[in-house]
Ligand binder design. Structure first.
Ligand SMILES: Cc1cc2nc3c(=O)[nH]c(=O)nc-3n(C[C@H](O)[C@H](O)[C@H](O)COP(=O)(O)OP(=O)(O)OC[C@H]3O[C@@H](n4cnc5c(N)ncnc54)[C@H](O)[C@@H]3O)c2cc1C
Length: 489
């Protein structure tokens, strides 16, 4: 692994930024600002507000700005440089993704992770790099935002949404407090941003001193010498188990319901331009088949994360080990499993996330109207309902929410769900690194088209009013009079 502590070559980075500026200039980017400004009762109206400045929010913001939609602002509740999971609850050493992915670069070579890396540490270091250290990915995202001078405000949480005429009123709290009016809203709020962490009911009833979700802020030092159970077999299960072991946990038992560990990363295996551009146009049944199959076969944890656990002698893997009941007895967590009774001091539930708009106060005004796949998209041919898919929002072609009852909340058409929850409708273009640029392009094309259509009268008036001549009138001589003259002779 590359030594992440090597000082970067700032001269190289400055040169890269100059090249990026040159590339943007050659491509005439950012495009000229073109959306007519609006006011509402004397208040400024934004064209777009983006909530979330993680990878998806930054890519969407960049694409908006480059497309000449620049009266926008992006808010993130996290402090600058701590957006998303990378330096908070992501406990892996490196990304799972291969280093060559171009991710958020939007087709601009100088905006890639590779360009950023080589500019600072050189080609030999790039060749030697195996996977990208997770903190370094965060550093790259911080640079990306600065290099494009994106309008991001940190430490600002969106706390509620309301309709205000044909606009959306966004209430924010934190470093900025108040209400912002916007014509379009993009929710780039990440995996937990439309719902929350998923914890099985059996665990939720236990005193919270005895358990945490893998995305919680866990005090691993307090787990020194303790007996830990980790529920799950995904990447986060391994990363949390490894972190506990490295922090000196007495033992870590992985309790895995499946008889076999999933071994094949199916969707990655068929990744292609066709999948990226074609999935969202497939009939519902095909979309369902792809994602139901991958949910069933499951994504394996990365090999290096699994080895990071299994190299510890005090780590054990219990497969075919389902949870039957759980209780706290004399300061011990007693778990009845399909393999018998087990006793622990602490449990980490690496059990994923859910889409549950109803559970989030900030969506209270819109959640009841949001159409999900279970509201009529599912058909008997899709087989057994699967909650993780059935609860997914049933989105339109531009990631916009749709109404459960037509006419009940037209404003939903102006709220775009650019996060993991869009996967069933749009494919994996708004959550993971590989196709985030394609997702942002689809999103911004849709927003641009709908803003243009909404302002069509203004654009037509502008067409009529435009009076800058290209021809001065002295470029030609009208032959018609001489023709007439000839005819009369
Ligand atoms: C541990 C972990 C490891 C991963 N590793 C990989 C990998 O190797 N390769 C890969 O392709 N993908 C990976 N992923 C998946 C995916 O790339 C990441 O989840 C990525 O962070 C998604 O970006 P995002 O912008 O959608 O969400 P996030 O990065 O989570 O950003 C969402 C942002 O929204 C903000 N936010 C949410 N609600 C509000 C609100 N109400 N007001 C203001 N701000 C708000 C949050 O503060 C957050 O910063 C990983 C995911 C996790 C959890």
């Amino acid at each position: 692994m590359m030594d992440n502590t090597l000082p970067s070559q700032n001269a190289g980075l400055a040169a890269l930024e100059a090249q990026l500026a040159e590339d943007l200039s050659l491509l005439e980017l950012p495009a000229k600002s073109w959306v007519p400004r609006r006011q509402h009762e004397g208040e400024e109206v934004r064209d777009v507000v983006v909530i979330g400045a993680g990878m998806c929010g930054l890519t969407a913001t960049a694409k908006l700005v480059l497309s000449g939609i620049d009266n926008i602002v992006t808010y993130d509740a996290a402090p600058e440089g701590q957006e998303g999971p990378w330096v908070t609850f992501a406990r892996m050493e490196t990304l799972r993704s291969p280093k060559i992915l171009t991710g958020p670069a939007l087709g601009l070579p100088r905006l890639t992770f590779r360009a950023w890396f080589v500019a600072q540490w050189g080609q030999a270091a790039w060749d030697a790099l195996d996977k990208i250290p997770k903190n370094q990915w965060m550093d790259y995202l911080v640079w990306y935002r600065k290099a494009l001078d994106l309008p991001v405000k940190n430490d600002v949480r969106m706390t509620s949404l309301e309709q205000e005429g044909d606009l959306i009123a966004v209430t924010v709290e934190g470093a900025e407090t108040g209400r912002i009016l916007t014509r379009r809203l993009v929710l780039a709020t990440g995996r937990s941003g439309l719902g929350g962490t998923y914890v099985p009911e059996m665990i939720r009833t236990i005193d919270p001193r005895f358990w945490a979700h893998s995305a919680d802020d866990i005090d691993f030092d307090a787990l020194k010498g303790k007996r830990i159970a980790v529920i799950g077999a995904g990447a986060s299960a391994m990363d949390n188990a490894a972190t506990a072991l490295e922090a000196g946990a007495g033992s870590v038992d992985m309790l895995i319901r499946r008889k076999e560990m999933p071994r094949i990363n199916k969707m990655t295996g068929i990744g292609s331009y066709g999948v990226v551009q074609g999935m969202h146009r497939l009939p519902d049944l095909w979309k369902w088949k792809f994602f139901d199959y991958t949910a069933r076969t499951q994504t394996p944890p990365p090999r290096n994360s699994t080895l990071r656990v299994s190299r510890h002698e005090n780590a054990r893997f219990f497969l075919d080990c389902g949870l039957e009941s759980m209780a706290v007895e004399q300061n011990e967590l007693v778990i009845e499993t399909t393999q018998g009774e087990m006793r622990f001091d602490f449990l980490i539930a690496a059990t994923g996330f859910v889409n549950d708009f109803d559970g989030r106060a900030e969506f209270a005004n819109f959640a009841p109207f949001i159409r999900r796949w279970k509201d009529g998209r599912e058909t008997p041919e899709m087989g057994r309902p699967r909650a993780s898919l059935s609860d997914a929002p049933d989105l339109g072609p531009d990631f916009e929410f749709r109404e459960r009852e037509p006419g009940s909340c037209p404003m939903l058409a102006h709220i775009h769900c650019f996060n993991d929850a869009a996967m069933l409708t749009h494919g994996k273009v708004s959550g993971d690194i590989p196709a985030v640029s394609a997702g942002a392009e689809r999103l911004v094309q849709g927003i641009a088209a709908s803003l243009f259509a909404e302002d069509v009268e203004t654009h037509f008036k502008n067409l009529q009013a435009y009076d800058t001549p290209e021809l001065q009138g002295d470029e030609w001589v009208d032959a018609t009079p001489s023709l007439h003259e000839g005819a009369s002779v």
